[in-house]
Design a protein around this ligand. Structure first.
Ligand code: GLC
Length: 441
């Protein structure tokens, strides 16, 4: 997208106070309900969620894109369902481990691109209850447990589908064997999705968000593909007004969306190549893998260290964004030990320092090489993650009344300088996140 168009979009976003795309600015102005606005605030305060990618793809242990990447026959792939028996699946243990980590919500893959539904859907037999010997509705078990343990449940839902013939094939999945393109029927597919979404929003209690993915499957069509998102989003908000709608389309938010999602990059950054879109004023969320893949992948043991994960959480908060950190449970239903270990260690950190993250907004200073800042009222938290000096200049517009280390409340020297203040330490701040609290006015 060229920069003028980007600027124009940004201007419209700011001017209207609600998010709209230029094309629909006139006819489609979405007004969120008070419940929805409240849910947005709670979401923005929550800062940390855990993403769970789990489906029959986990059995092949090659990530959730296996069907498309291996270019295999969809009917052969589907046979995995008949052997899916995750006897160690324990919703209570999952939710407890995730809560212990300090996460405030879980986003679970209800139906991924491979078309397999992880709940008892009446819209397709290709689901966990009808097609597997396991026969249990894992979304029901997860939802009940989330409600019981007081943590929100968000549901990932794939717009694209590599197995249903009525789905109009996009740029992925073309080499999957057994797709019949003569049966494409968009109205039928659209209806199927809406019926499934209705089930999810009717039978499982309160759902915190619907997290769409796959829009990009039609981002190269010569004639713009119409996903009919407006009606779908309106339906979701009708069924559950507080339910947040997010779409991992890698664009600025469309009308009807309540949060803005970034994939593998913090808002405004584009190291992974999927982001770079303008940052809106909606609550922000960045999703990231703990190793390299979303779904369980046997050979991918390249886990990020707990330190890196904590620093990612802090960096996201420094941008006012939530971190949605992924885990990919094994075919037996367990979260891999390496992931559990990291969740446990993140929990130790969030219990000690969560106050400087939850309920904060991005601090006064944009993200720096040395770290970030977060703010809560008159309290400004300076998160020093990478500083090789005993001095730190902060370009602050406000006055500093008090400064001390967050961990042990020891005073930190502050010198007023041109354009801000200078913090002075006896030794260069070390550790994962050396937090200095400033009381400002
Ligand atoms: C990408 C992938 C998908 C994954 C998602 C998570 O869109 O296609 O497999 O679920 O990212 O962010």
């Amino acid at each position: 997208m060229n920069s003028i168009k980007r600027l124009l979009q940004a201007a419209i976003i700011v001017a209207m106070g609600a998010v709209v795309t230029p094309a629909t600015a006139q006819e489609n102005r979405y007004t969120p309900t008070p419940e929805n606005l409240q849910a947005r605030r709670e979401f923005a305060d929550s800062k940390f969620g855990i993403f769970i990618h789990w489906g029959i793809y986990s059995m092949f242990a090659q990530g959730e894109w296996y069907l498309q990447n291996a270019e295999i026959d969809k009917a052969e792939y589907a046979k995995a369902a008949d052997a899916f028996y995750p006897h160690r699946f324990d919703a209570k243990a999952w939710v407890a481990a995730i809560k212990e980590a300090g996460a405030k919500y879980i986003c679970f893959t209800s139906r991924h691109h491979d078309s397999f539904s992880m709940w008892d859907t009446a819209e397709s037999d290709y689901n966990i209850v009808d097609a597997t010997p396991f026969g249990r509705d894992v979304i029901k078990e997860l939802a009940d447990e989330c409600h019981k343990q007081g943590i929100k449940l968000h549901l990932y839902y794939s717009h694209l589908d590599w197995a249903r013939d009525e789905y109009p094939m996009g740029r992925t999945g073309k080499k999957i064997i057994g797709r019949d393109t003569t049966k494409v029927d968009w109205p039928k597919y659209y209806d199927f999705m809406n019926r499934q979404l209705t089930e999810l929003l009717t039978n499982y209690g309160e759902i915190g968000a619907i997290w769409f993915d796959g829009w990009w499957d039609h981002d190269e069509d010569s004639i713009a593909f119409d996903w009919q998102l407006q009606e779908q989003y309106a339906m979701i908000h009708r069924l559950q007004p507080q339910c947040l709608v997010g779409n991992n389309h890698h664009q600025v938010p469309f009308s009807g969306e309540d949060i803005q999602i970034f994939e593998r990059d913090l808002p405004g950054e584009n190291k992974a190549g999927l982001s770079g879109q303008d940052v809106s004023r909606l609550p922000l969320e960045t999703c990231q893998t703990m190793n390299g893949m979303w779904g369980y992948k046997l050979i991918d043991q390249n886990y990020k260290s707990t330190e890196t994960l904590i620093q990612y959480l802090v960096s996201a908060a420094g941008k006012g964004a939530n971190l949605l950190m992924n885990v990919g449970p094994q075919p037996n239903g367990e979260i891999p030990a390496a992931a559990l270990q990291r969740l446990k260690e993140m929990g130790e950190w969030t219990r000690a320092n969560g106050e400087t993250i939850y309920g904060t907004t991005a601090g006064d200073i944009p993200v720096q090489e040395w770290g970030v800042t977060t703010r809560k009222g008159e309290r400004l938290f300076v998160h020093i993650m990478n500083l090789d000096s005993t001095e730190l200049f902060l370009p602050l517009g406000c006055k500093v009344k008090k400064a001390f280390t967050y961990a042990d409340k020891k005073p930190v020297k502050v010198k007023k300088t041109k354009g801000g203040v200078k913090l002075q330490f006896d030794e260069a701040p070390a550790g994962v996140d050396y937090i200095v609290e400033l009381i400002t006015k």
